[in-house]
Every structure is written in C-alpha cells, then in structure tokens.
Design a protein around this ligand. Structure first.
Ligand SMILES: Nc1nc2c(ncn2[C@@H]2O[C@H](COP(=O)(O)OP(=O)(O)OP(=O)(O)O)[C@@H](O)[C@H]2O)c(=O)[nH]1
Ligand SMILES: [Mg+2]
Length: 239
C-alpha cells in the first residue's frame, strides 16, 4: 500500500513518516520511505528515494529565477512529469510531502502524482494542539484532500502527547458527537451552520476513523495501522 502523508506546514508529516515507518518495520513489514518534499533541508531520515536528488526548491529558484512559492509549484509540476519509483514488493511505501499544500490540492500536479499509485491512501495530518478549538476547518481541509486527490483519506490528529488526559477525552467525545463541540444550543445562524456541517462531515470522517496519535511517542500507531487494514479491506464499510 502507498501511503501519502499530507498536512499543513509543521503538522508532523516528516516525523510521522520516519517513526511510523520504523513502527511498521518492527511489526515485520517491508517498508520503503520516499521524500517528495524538495524544500526539506533535512527530513530527519534516510529515504529510499529522495526527490532532492533530482531538484530542490533552492535549485529551481536559482535556475528559473523564481521566489519560493513559484519554485515549489514548478517543483510539483516537474514531479508530476517524472516517474517516481514504485517499490513494488514492499508492504508499505510511505511518502512524505511538502508543507505547502496548495500545489498538491489546488493544482493538477497533486492528483497526477498520487493517482500514479493504484493501491493508495492519504493520511491528512492535523496539529491537534493548534486545532483543538477548530476541528471544523481541519475536517474541511481533509475533505478538500479527499475530493482533490480522489483518494481515500484518513484524517489524523497528531501531537496528542502535548495534551493532557482530560483534553484527549474531551476531543474524543467531541469527535464522537460533533454536536457536542458546541456546549450549548446554537444561538445564531453561524453556529447552526457549523453544527449541520459537522454532522455531514462526520459521515466522511467517521469518529472511529479519526485517530489521535503522537508521531513523537508512537501513541496511536496501533490504531492507525488497524484503520489502514480497514481501508485495504475490499468490503469498503469503513465505519
Ligand atoms: N510533541 C510533538 N512534537 C511533534 C510531533 N510531531 C512532530 N512534532 C514536532 O513538530 C515540528 C514539525 O515536525 P515535522 O515533522 O518537521 O513537520 P512537517 O509537517 O514535516 O513540517 P513541514 O515539512 O515543514 O511542513 C518538529 O519540531 C517536530 O519535532 C508530535 O507528535 N509531538
Ligand atoms: Mg516535513
């Protein structure tokens, strides 16, 4: 299975790529690690394939006289045109991606890159301490990935080690019953809209499918792997 780790800047994609790969290896799987972030100075692991051996954001900036955002767009276009090794025969190939999500989600390049891999899914990583008061926008972002990439997407809340036990319980309760995100009855149209949207979004991201994890400590990795088994399951009933 090809697992694309996506998420906003600093959400913990690279650390998850590193530590979840080690976890899968320790579980007996054959794992390959691919760095698709041409802007990374040091992803923190030794990838089996590294896009930086073809180009970096910096080299494109110099060659094409572009700024950093233009260069990352050009990098993603180049990536969409090239052949990334498939590592067939591996159980899991983990792809680390850039924190600049726009070229992945709002341009053709992301879909072209991802759709080159038939047996695939995305992990959409959110920074839980930063998002805990705004899970709605996280769901929207994850849903954008799901729609744009036409790929099964698992919303994953990372950095759970930075929350205390009570906060974790509170978040789990809120995920299980999105309406509870509002402690009181909606008092205006905006709150009512949030509540209705959360109900709809929980259909795409069922509570049991939104693991709270820590890329740092490995908390939640077992749960994440179980969800990946379910995604692989041909039955398709993921609730
Ligand atoms: N406490 C804690 N820190 C984490 C966790 N995951 C990542 N971090 C820290 O968050 C920071 C960003 O982590 P990265 O793995 O570089 O995040 P990224 O999403 O790859 O960042 P970009 O590639 O720049 O978008 C680093 O300081 C990590 O050590 C986690 O689960 N818990
Ligand atoms: Mg990274």
């Amino acid at each position: 299975m090809n697992i694309f780790i996506l998420g906003p800047a600093g959400s913990g994609k690279s650390l998850l790529a590193k530590n979840f790969s080690s976890y899968l290896t320790s579980e007996g799987y054959l794992v390959r690690l691919v760095n698709l972030d041409p802007g990374a100075l040091d992803p923190g692991y030794e990838p089996d394939f590294d896009i930086r051996s073809n180009f970096t954001v910096e080299s494109i900036m110099r060659e094409e006289n572009l700024g950093p955002n233009g260069a990352i767009l050009e990098a993603m276009n180049r990536l969409a045109r090239m052949t990334v090794p498939k590592f067939e025969g591996s159980d899991y190939v983990i792809f680390d991606t850039p924190g600049q999500l726009e070229p992945f989600l709002f341009r053709e390049a992301g879909r072209i890159i991802v759709s080159g891999f038939p047996d695939r899914c995305c992990l959409f990583i959110g920074d839980l301490p930063a998002l805990k008061g705004n899970l709605l926008s996280f769901y929207f972002y994850a849903l954008t990935a799901y729609c744009a990439l036409e790929t099964e997407t698992i919303a994953v809340l990372n950095k759970a080690d930075l929350l205390d036990h009570e906060e974790i319980i509170g978040i789990k309760e809120a995920l299980n019953d999105p309406v509870k995100i509002h402690a009181r009855k909606p008092s205006n149209l905006r709150e009512e809209m949030d509540m209705e949207l959360l109900k709809v979004l929980s259909f795409f991201f069922p509570p049991k499918r939104v693991p709270l994890i820590s890329a740092k400590t490995g908390f939640g990795f077992d749960e994440l792997l179980t969800i990946l088994y379910e995604v692989k399951c041909a039955c398709g009933d993921l609730t």
